[in-house]
Ligand binder design. Structure first.
Ligand SMILES: [Fe+2]
Length: 259
């Protein structure tokens, strides 16, 4: 409707101009004032249309908490239902909400050309964006039917790059347990070398965004991921989580990463 309104105003504007040419200078001056007035209306219509488009675009970009494909209690006894419920519905949900708030502020700063505000929002974007990315991967890395060993190409790559599946597990467990404070341990793919790597990140730093390595399997070692069940014994939690690793998901991620 708004586009149609703009077209009608343009036709009217063009008509006034032709009449002005036919009727002399007095009519011409009145016509110019009318034209300027109509131009102002067109600008206001265009601004309103642009604002509507921006609002629609902003509403479409809202992040949402992904559903789990299993129940909160499905990973017991390795990860208890209370941890899973709090972890997913409270902690991850908070990252999602704060990411949306941060992006909204960032859009405002961009619209104003306020570079200082944009820079000031970077830590919140990294923390909440990383929290959303990391947990979204984490839930799919886990399965009540998980555990055991990977098959096919993933297993071959693990043997090639670590010597054996057991050695990879030991190396990743050690790196993950050794994270100081809160963070993540990762099995990842280095696209440049075509090899698998073990990595660790502090806080919610997203692996790919901060190192370039593509995340395949993440182990969350924030205390919220294990303290209710394992208290301060992080190594026991890391040992137990191997029983619920969804190797099919990790294999799928490797296939996508290699493309
Ligand atoms: Fe977490």
């Amino acid at each position: 409707m708004m586009v149609q309104s703009v077209n009608l105003k343009w036709l009217s504007f063009k008509g006034s101009y032709l009449l002005a040419r036919a009727h002399g200078s007095g009519y011409l001056l009145r016509s110019i004032r009318n034209m300027l007035s109509r131009l102002g209306q067109i600008r206001r219509c265009a601004a309103s249309l642009s604002q509507s488009i921006n609002q629609i675009a902003a509403s479409r970009q809202k992040h949402t908490l992904p559903d789990l494909t299993y129940d909160y209690g499905a990973l017991e006894p390795h990860i208890c239902a209370e941890i899973m419920q709090l972890h997913h519905s409270k902690h991850h949900a908070t990252y999602v909400n704060n990411l949306n708030v941060t992006e909204e502020k960032y859009q405002e700063a961009l619209a104003k050309g306020d570079v200082t505000a944009q820079v000031a929002l970077q830590p919140a974007l990294k923390f909440n964006g990383g929290g959303h990315i990391n947990h979204t991967i984490f839930w799919t890395n886990l399965s009540p039917n998980g555990g055991g060993e990977p098959q096919g190409e993933l297993m071959e790559a693990i043997k090639r790059d670590f010597g054996s599946f057991q050695k990879m597990k030991e190396k990743m467990s050690a790196a993950t347990v050794a994270v100081q404070g809160s963070g993540w341990g990762w099995l990842s793919y280095d696209k440049e070398s075509g090899r698998l790597h073990i990595a660790a990140c502090a806080n919610q730093d997203p692996l790919q965004g901060t190192t370039g390595l593509i995340p395949l399997l993440g182990i969350d070692v924030w205390e919220h991921a294990y303290y209710l069940q394992y208290k301060n014994v992080r190594p026991d939690y890391v040992k137990a989580i191997w029983n619920v690793i969804n190797w099919e998901n990790v294999s799928d991620r490797l296939q996508i990463a290699k493309k």
